[in-house]
Ligand binder design. Structure first.
Ligand code: APR
Length: 321
């Protein structure tokens, strides 16, 4: 079987961790592209020099030339500015749209058969723009947001219950902004509803709700919490790990169900927009969107999040993208 090739567009904080994780998992050969001269070459050299110690055997190449991404099976995009303290993801729209347009052209012209995972923010708009400029099949252009938001939610639940995070299943849907929708009713510990466990812990439904509400709020603001602490950038370990879970599902054709920023054609009552929904990821990218029943409150939260995504896309179009 031919070795897979994975191109990483953007060799900053997330791009560097992605390159290291791909090498350690031997998911494929890595090409790390950035516009900054020498930096991606330095990072890939550094990672390659750990291969003997880590015991991996993949090729790693740093580059400033799009031609080197030719033949890539998968492209992961992190090009763009990260947030500074006090900024929302949407504040990055103008700068990152310019960058994303050039990235989409570079990928379109050099790796036309690749499946693409976008990480750059504001996520929902950046995925929309990449697809529009590249003209790639919608199922082959997706965004990473929900896997990370869900992992954050699961982490907070595990801490609260004093249980291993490995047994927590929780999903966050909607746009990757402050209106994202953590699905409380579906959150469970190996099948047992988290709300039931909280009610048992506190012996009081109102207190359980209050504790859950705080975790939901922290999940929505979790990216900003990290930005505030780091002061010079945004989260990078957890976004990289989350994208790797998606990449692995695609490269290995696993058909794993995970929250994905995917293009909707009528599902969840949305037509023609990228929104975070449960999707099956396999060798063709999005194999299937999974609809689930939402109660009135969940549907209202989802509707609010969807209109935030629509507003963001409209803002981007008004800027001429
Ligand atoms: N083409 C390719 N790379 C570019 C371009 C471009 N036109 N413009 C900027 N870059 C590169 C920068 O040189 C930098 O190395 O993108 C990289 C971004 O890296 P960081 O600034 O370290 O940001 P990072 O933390 O990796 O986050 C990247 O992901 O989560 C989002 O909000 C985050 O939008 C941000 C993106």
């Amino acid at each position: 079987m031919a070795r897979k090739k994975i191109a990483l567009i953007g060799g900053g904080q997330i791009g560097g961790v992605l390159a290291q994780l791909i090498a350690q998992k031997e998911l494929g050969d890595v090409v790390l592209f950035d516009i900054v001269e020498d930096m991606p070459q330095g990072k890939t050299l550094d990672i390659a020099e750990a291969s003997r110690v880590d015991g991996f055997d993949v090729k790693l190449k740093g580059t400033n030339d799009y031609k080197d991404i030719a033949g890539s099976d998968l492209v992961i995009v992190t090009a763009g500015l990260p947030r500074k303290p006090g900024m929302s993801r949407d504040d990055l729209l103008t700068t990152n749209a310019k960058i994303m347009k050039s990235v989409a052209e570079g990928v379109r012209d050099n790796a036309p058969n690749a499946i693409v995972i976008i990480i750059s923010n504001p996520l929902d708009a950046m995925v929309t723009l990449f697809q529009k400029v590249s003209g790639f099949d919608h199922a082959k252009v997706i965004g990473q947001a929900g896997v990370l938001d869900s992992s954050r939610f699961s982490t907070f639940i595990a801490w609260e219950l004093g249980l291993s995070v490995k047994d927590i299943n929780a999903m966050v849907l909607g746009g990757h902004g402050d209106t994202m929708v953590p699905l409380v009713r579906y959150a469970n510990v190996n099948g047992i509803p988290v709300m039931e466990m909280l009610e048992r812990k506190y012996g009081d439904a109102a207190k359980a709700k209050e504790v859950m509400d705080a975790m939901v709020e922290r999940t929505k603001m979790a990216g900003g919490e990290v930005v505030k602490l780091l002061k010079t950038g945004s989260a990078f370990y957890s976004p990289a790990s989350s994208a790797i879970m998606m990449a692995e599902a695609i490269m290995k054709g696993e058909n794993r169900l995970m929250p994905t920023c995917a293009y909707l054609k009528g599902e969840f009552g949305v037509d023609g927009y990228y929104v975070g929904v449960p999707a099956v990821l396999g060798e063709n990218g999005v194999e299937k969107i999974i609809e689930l029943s939402l109660n009135e409150e969940e549907q209202a939260a989802m509707d609010k999040s969807i209109s935030a995504v629509k507003n963001l896309v409209a803002d981007m179009e008004r800027l001429g993208f």
